[in-house]
Write a protein that binds this ligand. Structure first.
Ligand SMILES: *Cc1c(COP(=O)(O)O)cnc(C)c1O
Length: 244
């Protein structure tokens, strides 16, 4: 691309991002009200994987205060270029135990905790650095072999064990339901997650502060909010289609 067309491309993309954010916020507000909640009770996360720092910064200038990255390396590489003042950063992609050391202290929250093993390592590294890492338990709600996340049925037993670890604070759950066309089936997965969220909140397990149900992406965040989501993770509808 010539320099001029590159500038034009960037300006056009920035305008799109600004408009997309407005539209997504309107949709979130509408769905929240429809489900009997305040629009402020549903957080919008901008999912930034593959997105260049200049566009992430533009989204931040347009009011985005929560971003999510999938890969430790990609996030750490981009972080020095991001205007993160007042911005909350979460890791949302699968985390290998050997990467935990690098990410603890770099994000407030790890949403993708799917085993006792990785929780133990987050605990260990957090204690070592004298900090508390917030975590969400990722649940494989559709019981898909290809997906990460702990089995739905395992959560009740694992939760107290993970909650007892020092250096971490269990804040709730994250899920990615199977891709499905049938809206009734899709909402069934979200509703199943909401049931778990409400049940675990009511159990008053020591040391946990369940306040987040992270579900809903570009294609289905409205349905997720209607079923109780408190945090939607939106990438392509906000930044445009990803180019890998
Ligand atoms: C990529 C990703 C998203 C966002 O997906 P879109 O469909 O682009 O909105 C949300 N959550 C996780 C865990 C992701 O990996």
């Amino acid at each position: 691309m010539t320099e001029r067309s590159l500038t034009e491309y960037r300006e056009a993309r920035c305008r799109d991002i600004e408009e997309n954010i407005k539209e997504i916020r309107d949709n979130i507000a509408e769905a929240a009200i429809q489900s009997g909640r305040n629009p402020e009770d549903v957080r919008l996360m901008a999912v930034t994987k593959t997105v260049e720092p200049c566009f992430i910064n533009h989204a931040i200038h347009c009011g985005i205060d929560l971003i999510g990255e999938n890969r430790v390396q990609e996030f750490l590489g981009k972080k020095p270029e991001l205007d993160l003042d007042g911005v909350d950063c979460h890791l949302i992609g699968h985390l290998q135990t050997n990467k935990v050391r690098q990410i603890v202290g770099e994000v407030s929250t790890i949403q993708s905790v799917d085993s006792l093993k990785v929780a133990r390592e987050i605990s260990k590294q957090s204690v070592k650095n004298d900090l508390v890492t917030k975590i969400l338990l990722e649940v494989n709600v559709g019981e898909e072999e290809s997906k990460s996340g702990m089995p739905y049925e395992a959560v009740e037993d694992l939760l107290p064990e993970i909650a007892a670890l020092p250096g971490l604070s269990v804040e709730g759950f994250m899920a990615i339901p199977p891709i499905c066309e049938d809206e009734v089936v899709l909402r069934g997965y979200f509703s199943k997650m909401n049931q778990l969220y409400v049940d675990m909140k009511d159990k008053n397990i020591d040391n946990i502060n369940v306040n987040t149900l992270s579900m809903g992406m570009s294609a289905d965040y409205v349905q997720a909010i209607l079923e109780g989501s408190t945090l939607v993770r939106v990438g392509s509808s906000l930044f445009g289609a990803r180019v890998y």
